[in-house]
Design a protein around this ligand. Structure first.
Ligand code: IPM
Ligand code: MG
Length: 356
């Protein structure tokens, strides 16, 4: 089983090191190879996603990814910015199905900004389409406006688009995931305004006919953003496009109060996957040894489950994470009175120990 390890920028290197440490003690036949990505790759090779990194990713069964980005690259031309690395990996490997669970850990109920009763026991799954929508729409660019409010003015544009097969395949992923959970899918759109999302709604409804055992609800994105803070537990699986999914998954993750705890998986049709924490590169705390490695460690567990078919090992990691939380160990982001503050490395060591 070959794993491409791409730590990236900021806290990426620190948190990925802890996940690798955990993977190494599992005694599985894992071959891990590191490569540069994002700003780190730009510094070394002049490109955020060098050919060698892309090749390694393509050849691997799974990719363990840290995070990319730093404000210092904001001035670079768009194709050279660190974020292009993750977008390039998604596109080149066809990683269209993004799983972003938002789970509230019992021990961390107090970390949420919402009332405990609203989020205790929260377990929702956002499924975000990841290779289409306005993120990859063509045409895009800048030009002189020929119409609109200011003809003759300079303008910029990106196009939102989805093809039927793209919507169909993510809808299938969502209905199948719901079957293994509480059998409810909320499809989020903006069909009241956008043609792309009327089409989305129509196609999801059509696919739903094959899943009569799963309940389907449609919701406008603005309402979904509101319902997520009003009654998050009313959701089970949420399926939506790339842009809305980006926004709603950040919102959902923070409901749990601890974005540092949430893993994610991005899969293609042959179950090859990229696994990364839901949070970003956090350049403000990079190098301080205080980042929470648990989201990345839990991403490694997802990797074992989804791409490497190692359910037992995945469960072992997840149980160990529960254990360290029960022991009261907390990195700074989830620390509260009465718990023990630990560093990134100490947290990784504790998980290794808790593996038994
Ligand atoms: C995410 C991130 C990325 C996205 C950025 C870094 C390109 O925000 O994975 O949610 O917008 O998809
Ligand atoms: Mg995002």
């Amino acid at each position: 089983m070959k794993i491409a390890v791409l730590p990236g920028d900021g806290i990426g290197t620190e948190i990925v090191a802890e996940a690798v440490k955990v993977l190494k003690v599992l005694e599985l036949p894992l071959e891990m190879e590191n490569a540069l990505v994002g700003g780190a790759a730009y510094e070394a090779h002049g490109h955020p996603l060098p050919e060698t990194t892309l090749k390694l990713a393509k050849e691997s069964d799974a990719i363990l990814f840290g995070a990319v980005g730093d404000w210092k690259y904001d001035k670079l031309d768009r194709p050279l910015r660190p974020e292009q690395a993750i977008l390039g990996l998604r596109k080149n490997l066809g990683l269209f199905a993004n799983f972003r669970p938002a789970i509230c850990y019992e021990q961390l109920v107090g970390a949420s900004s919402l009332k405990p009763e609203l989020i205790a026991g929260l377990d929702i799954l956002i499924i975000r389409e990841l290779t289409g929508d306005i993120y990859f729409g063509q045409p895009r660019g800048r030009r002189t406006a020929v119409d609109g409010h200011f003809p003759g003015a300079e303008e910029a544009f990106d196009t939102m688009r989805y093809s039927k097969p793209e919507i169909e395949r993510i809808a299938h992923v969502a209905f199948q995931a719901a079957r293994k959970r509480n059998k409810k899918v909320t499809s989020v759109d903006k069909a009241n305004v956008l043609e792309t999302f009327q089409f989305w709604k129509d196609v999801v409804t059509e696919v739903h006919a094959q899943y009569p055992d799963v309940e389907l609800q449609h919701m406008y994105v603005d309402n979904a953003a509101m319902q997520l803070v009003k009654a998050p537990k009313a959701f089970d699986v949420v399926v939506t496009g790339n842009m809305f999914g980006d926004i709603l998954s950040d919102e959902a993750s923070m409901l749990t109060g601890s974005i540092g705890m949430l893993p994610s998986a991005s899969l293609n049709s042959s179950n090859q996957g990229l696994y990364e924490p839901s949070h970003g590169s956090a350049p403000d705390i990079a190098g301080k040894g205080i980042a929470n490695p648990l989201a990345t460690i839990l991403s490694a567990a997802m990797m074992l489950r989804f791409s490497l078919n190692q359910e037992a090992a995945a469960l072992r990691i997840e149980t160990a994470v529960q254990k360290v939380l029960q022991q009261g160990l907390r990195t700074a982001d989830i620390f509260s009175e009465g718990t023990t503050k630990v560093s990134t490395v100490q947290m990784g060591d504790a998980v290794v120990k808790a593996l038994g």
